[in-house]
Design a protein around this ligand. Structure first.
Ligand SMILES: C[S@@+](CC[C@H](N)C(=O)[O-])C[C@H]1O[C@@H](n2cnc3c(N)ncnc32)[C@H](O)[C@@H]1O
Length: 283
């Protein structure tokens, strides 16, 4: 396992993923009933942008750095308030130094009665996660392959929940593996909300994942994508996408408001494009 998320923390893909995660949690937490969240590829939870890895790539500067470089339109700011507050809490003097990963966002937003499973296969990153979050009684850290973690955690006893699939896509076959995990999740718990991140490249490798997701027996699926640059044949991220299975009914309109600003702020030159569409309609 070579991938370390610390090199990429706060980039355009993180910004899209974490904003969607925050909007979905915001909705799920409105209901007065306990919730379980499985973060199946958790990383280390929060990232020092001045640390050696993030400093080396500087990817965050074209992500969260550009998003926050100028004041945001009022409606966008209101929809992002929870995300911006977390960033502010981590950086009280206003200078961007620490960026929240998905575990940090989940841990800060969930309530006392909720439950959090943070799963990470990389031994060193799993140690960091344990050191940071295991004192929190709501949190359990596991060190499984994500496909095993999904089978172990589902169905949630709470009967309400969210699963985040955020693979590193560093080995062949990750799209197929994500599709299989989605199938397992929905077969075990048809009503759970799932966020599944995927890279957008010139090769269009995501097409089979979307085709298989469209066949899932769930209450609708949204596809949100943010392209930031031209796709090159040699590879490299042109942008990223998120499948949202069993999405909140509020999410599509929120993303229609947010994505144009994300595309303008994070797109390179004229390449910025944001879109949200129903892969399958709600029923
Ligand atoms: C994109 S990063 C996760 C970032 C994190 N979700 C966030 O938003 O802050 C992907 C993580 O998955 C871990 N990983 C890679 N293969 C895995 C596997 N088969 N099962 C579980 N975790 C894996 C990597 O070590 C890496 O930390």
């Amino acid at each position: 396992m070579n991938y370390r998320h610390a090199f990429h923390a706060g980039n355009h893909a993180d910004v899209l993923k974490h904003i969607v995660l925050m909007r979905v949690l915001d909705y799920l937490l409105r209901k007065d009933k306990p919730l379980a969240v499985l973060d199946a590829h958790a990383g280390i939870g929060r990232y020092d942008l001045k640390g050696a890895e993030a400093y080396k790539t500087g990817e965050w500067k074209d992500g969260i750095g550009r998003l926050l470089a100028e004041p945001l339109p009022e409606k966008v700011r209101a929809l992002l308030a929870t995300y911006l507050n977390i960033i502010h809490d981590l950086n009280p003097d206003g200078a961007m130094r620490f960026y929240p990963g998905s575990p940090e966002i989940i841990e800060r937003l969930l309530r006392r009665e909720d439950r959090i499973i943070l799963n990470e296969l990389h031994p060193q990153d799993a140690d960091t996660l344990t050191a940071r979050y295991s004192a929190d009684k709501r949190v359990r850290v596991t060190r499984l392959d994500a496909a095993v973690a999904v089978k172990a955690a589902l169905p949630f006893a709470e009967r309400r929940g969210l699963v985040l699939l955020d693979p590193a896509f560093e080995v062949a076959g990750e799209m197929e593996k994500s599709a299989r995990m989605l199938d397992h999740i929905i077969r075990r718990m048809q009503n759970t909300t799932v966020l599944a991140w995927y890279p957008l490249k010139a090769s269009g490798d995501e097409a089979p994942l979307l085709t298989q997701a469209a066949a899932l027996p769930c209450s609708g699926t949204l596809v949100a994508e943010l392209r930031v640059r031209e796709g090159f044949a040699e590879g490299g991220l042109a942008g990223s996408g998120l499948l949202v299975i069993n999405p909140p009914h509020t999410l599509k309109a929120e993303l229609e408001e947010l994505l144009p600003t994300l595309a303008v702020r994070l797109g390179i030159g004229e390449w910025g494009r944001g879109s949200v569409r129903e892969l399958t309609p709600p029923h």
